[in-house]
Design a protein around this ligand. Structure first.
Ligand code: SF4
Ligand code: SF4
Length: 170
């Protein structure tokens, strides 16, 4: 296995690959509520993202070990996949929301304390390093008793890096 493959398989995106691709930019720029970004390149026996997707945007798996394939036209940005994925590998990124130079990322959050709407949080990259401040615009539970989904406004330039948030203690 090459270094690049090792990095990619540990969740660090170094290239696009089935199971970890970006939406087409032209659709992404105009799709209100955002489009799903899934970072799940490894073949593992897991499929709740596909079975919980209400629109079929995550194409039903032929084999439970398949990596997710997306029909972006069908994605409505509901974030049910974000809440149900046990690997915290699903995100929704809305390029139509937020202020100038911003984007809104809907990301899974399982830590306490739970962020609150209007709160400023620390945005973390895949290595857990703080890379920016973000503003929570909503906290939702797309599926009851599941992971909460934090909608956070972030600098658009960092939308490919920010994958978690942390409440900043006052
Ligand atoms: S955000 Fe909703 S519609 Fe889009 S892939 Fe996830 S579950 Fe399906
Ligand atoms: S639920 Fe998450 S970990 Fe499981 S296949 Fe879907 S994206 Fe991958």
């Amino acid at each position: 296995m090459t270094d690049k493959e090792r990095l990619f398989n540990s969740g660090i995106l170094v290239e696009s690959r089935p199971g970890a691709e970006e939406p087409p930019l032209s659709l992404w720029e105009t799709k209100k509520n955002g489009l799903v970004v899934i970072e799940c390149p490894q073949r593992i026996p897991c499929n709740p993202c596909a079975s919980s997707c209400p629109t079929g945007a995550i194409i039903p798996f032929d084999d439970i070990n398949d990596t997710p394939r997306i029909d972006y036209e069908k994605c409505i940005g509901c974030a049910k996949c974000v809440a149900i994925c046990p690997g915290l590998a699903c995100f929704v990124i809305d390029l139509t929301a937020g202020g100038e130079g911003k984007a809104v990322i809907k990301l899974p959050h399982e830590m306490l304390p739970r962020p609150e709407k209007g709160e400023e949080v620390s945005c973390l990259n895949r290595q857990g390093e703080a890379v920016a401040a973000g503003t929570v615009v909503a906290v939702t539970e797309p599926l009851k008793d599941r992971t909460v989904v934090v909608h956070v406004e972030v600098p658009r330039a960092l939308m490919r890096d920010i994958r978690a948030v942390k409440v900043v203690k006052k």
